[in-house]
Design a protein around this ligand. Structure first.
Ligand code: DGL
Length: 266
């Protein structure tokens, strides 16, 4: 394997760009190949078997592009697919759940941790199970309206303010001292959520996930010494739309966005 080989990253939509942002910060010499499965978004309400099928298709596609690792920049896929498909692939797959738990345990003083996520991630209890093993009291909350509002750019809308109040009100009242962003879309709401939650520490699993990805690459001697190629973005949806939304959320233009039909890839 070549050290210059790209790192594959995928999500259902723009959420994984919060992980891209973190990879660019911690591993600036890595080329990223990103896939947004926008045509099948949201993942949050889909059954586990479907999420597993999508994960297999996407990882197979990323492998065909020569990636040396895949960062599953989607908590729903990390919770519902990663434990099932991990053994099917021989390259390293980095998910969001364990890193999110590790980071939350470090940050929580009182051991009262809130988890906000999609319905699928909450139902899987992936975060809850791991956190409770450490004696933590867990408060999970599904936030199904967040992803559609973020995808459509309504970050500062009255609908968003209302959704934040409805979903986070009970967690604030419970006095959680750390709040895990259990969906990669949610760090885009960081200022709104921090404003609402006051003293609660917010946890973006991407920071720890990318740290683990970096250790894993270093272990294999695969850290890229210099960035040779530009990042590439693929979407199963409308590439212009993805480029527009992505650039607005990231605050910088996306290098190149192409459309891909995963079913045609075989
Ligand atoms: N960003 C994703 C996650 O981390 C998926 C959101 C969705 O498509 O529902 O769970």
């Amino acid at each position: 394997m070549d050290r210059h080989a790209p790192v594959g990253v995928y999500d259902s939509g723009v959420g994984g760009l919060t992980v891209v942002r973190e990879i660019r910060r911690q591993l600036p010499a890595e080329q990223i190949i990103y896939l947004a499965d926008s045509a099948r978004l949201p993942y949050g309400d889909r059954p586990p078997q479907e999420i597993q099928l999508f994960a297999r298709q996407i990882i197979t596609f990323l492998l065909s592009r020569g990636v040396k690792m895949v960062v599953i920049a989607c908590n729903t896929s990390s919770a519902l697919a990663l434990p099932i498909i991990r053994e099917e692939f021989s390259l390293p797959l980095i998910g969001m759940i364990e890193p999110g738990v590790t980071a939350a345990l470090r940050m929580s003083g009182k051991g009262k941790v809130g988890v906000i996520a999609t319905q699928g991630t909450v139902d899987s209890d992936a975060y809850g199970r791991m956190l409770r093993k450490h004696g933590v009291k867990v408060y999970s909350q599904a936030c199904p309206r967040f992803v559609p509002l973020i995808e459509s750019g309504h970050l500062n809308s009255p609908q968003m303010a209302q959704a934040i109040d409805e979903y986070l009100g009970p967690l604030r009242a419970a006095g959680v001292d750390a709040l895990i962003y259990g969906c990669t879309h949610y760090p885009f709401l960081n200022s709104q959520i921090q404003g609402y939650m006051g003293q609660t520490k917010t946890v973006d699993p991407a920071v720890e996930a990318v740290r683990q990805a970096s250790l894993c690459l270093a272990d294999m001697g695969l850290i890229s010494p210099v960035k040779k190629n530009r990042d590439l973005f693929f979407t199963t949806g409308d590439p212009k739309e993805f480029a527009r939304r992505g650039a607005r959320l990231l605050g910088q233009e996306l290098d190149r966005v192409e459309q891909i039909d995963l079913n045609a890839e075989g």
